[in-house]
Design a protein around this ligand. Structure first.
Ligand SMILES: C[S@@+](CC[C@H](N)C(=O)[O-])C[C@H]1O[C@@H](n2cnc3c(N)ncnc32)[C@H](O)[C@@H]1O
Length: 222
């Protein structure tokens, strides 16, 4: 299946094989799913030239900001180690796997939020597949959505309690080869990464963030 890549304002088709070959030239690959404006991935790309950063979002207009910044001259902040993919997590091709050392999902909504929080195997499995054995994942969730019972009911989301994470999520994540090693409400602590929505949601608002992180198992469970 083709992937769609946004580059310098144009959307072109690419393949999992082409992306894997491209990634092979880098020391590490970070994959940000539900990347929004893509600026978190853009900043991660600027931090290290030997890190390929891939940002995925179904809305191309969202990613345009990072595309514009990446296309600048290097002296003005341009980067060539950022790939912007237009698409949904559940549409990632099976051939795209085992190559990322870090997977991030920051403040998701819609199908991606349900996919990681309910969870839904059809969303979680393609994301889990991206990681190489021992690769890390980090998910940041806006806890307020889950604590607001009428909103949560309207969105038909489960309560995001400790028990839900430790029992339902842990088992479902294990089922796709991911081990949750930590879950923590951040309270007054700043989120471990800076993203546009993270800043919008948390700065001075008292809204809490739930951090869920862990790593990919060496082998998929049978
Ligand atoms: C609240 S924004 C967060 C954006 C960014 N991660 C940040 O923290 O600034 C949620 C993003 O999830 C994306 N999204 C929703 N469903 C998705 C899916 N199925 N696969 C990938 N991204 C999805 C939306 O298009 C939106 O850009």
């Amino acid at each position: 299946m083709n992937l769609r890549r946004l580059q310098r304002g144009d959307i072109t088709a690419t393949t999992a094989e082409a992306l894997l070959a491209h990634a092979a030239g880098y020391a590490e690959v970070w994959f940000d799913a539900g990347a929004g404006d893509g600026l978190f991935a853009y900043r991660a790309a600027r931090e290290r030239a030997d890190r390929l950063c891939i940002a995925l979002d179904p809305v191309a207009e969202n990613l345009a900001k990072a595309d514009k910044k990446a296309a600048r001259k290097a002296s003005k902040g341009g980067v060539d180690n950022l790939v912007l993919l237009v698409g949904a997590a559940e549409m990632l091709p099976e051939a795209l796997g085992g190559f990322a050392s870090m997977l991030t999902v920051n403040y998701p909504w819609g199908a991606l939020l349900r996919g990681v929080a309910e969870p839904l195997a059809e969303v979680l499995a393609p994301l889990a597949r991206l990681l190489k054995p021992g690769g890390r994942f980090q998910i940041l969730l806006n806890q307020q959505v889950f604590d607001d019972t009428p909103l949560r009911d309207r969105l038909t989301l489960p309560p995001l309690t400790e028990a839900h994470v430790d029992e339902r999520l842990a088992a479902a994540y294990e089922g796709v080869g991911l081990a949750i090693t930590e879950r923590r409400l951040l309270g007054d602590q700043a989120p471990p990464v800076r993203t546009s929505w993270g800043q919008r949601l948390t700065l001075g608002s008292g809204r809490d963030t739930l951090l869920i992180c862990g790593e990919a198992r060496g082998e998929m469970p049978q």
